[in-house]
Design a binder for this molecule. Sequence first.
Ligand SMILES: Cc1cc2nc3c(=O)[nH]c(=O)nc-3n(C[C@H](O)[C@H](O)[C@H](O)COP(=O)(O)O)c2cc1C
Length: 150
Amino acid sequence: MKSLVAYFSAEAGTTRKVAENLAADVSADIFEISPVTPYSEADLKWTNPIARCNREKLGRKDIPIARKIQNWEDYDTVYLGFPIWYYGAPNVIFTFCKDYNWAEKKIYIFATSGGSGIGKTAEKLAPFVKGGKIMDARRVTAAEDLSDWK
Ligand SMILES: Cc1cc2nc3c(=O)[nH]c(=O)nc-3n(C[C@H](O)[C@H](O)[C@H](O)COP(=O)(O)O)c2cc1C
């Protein structure tokens, strides 16, 4: 069986870098969770009340994702990475989780942030990965913070 690193990164590629290094470290395939409509800089300006990120957050909107993983059944372990948005996972991560069958998957969650901890991020995602087992969830600054996941 194989492992997959699935990640979303929007602002500065911080999560992408961790995801790429982790994928190399654990010999996993890698998949970027890309919204159909990518986020512009203006979309991410959370100081603007009507910016896209704030509208999506308030509306609890699903965010359509550009591509679907074709060989999902090949993976027994999924490392799921994203930036912390509003103290939790971005909406697109909930959409991603809803799109797949998580039965029998081992799930490792990692997140980058401006400073917030992982908080209740994993607990809030749990209902959307039914049948899967969340092994760990961690806020990181680099893939080295995950060296015990190998
Ligand atoms: C809409 C939005 C909400 C955010 N909310 C938080 C937050 O609640 N706590 C925090 O520490 N950082 C927050 N951040 C900062 C990001 O988590 C941080 O910059 C992250 O490392 C960006 O990763 P990326 O470059 O892969 O997108 C937020 C950023 C955005 C754009």
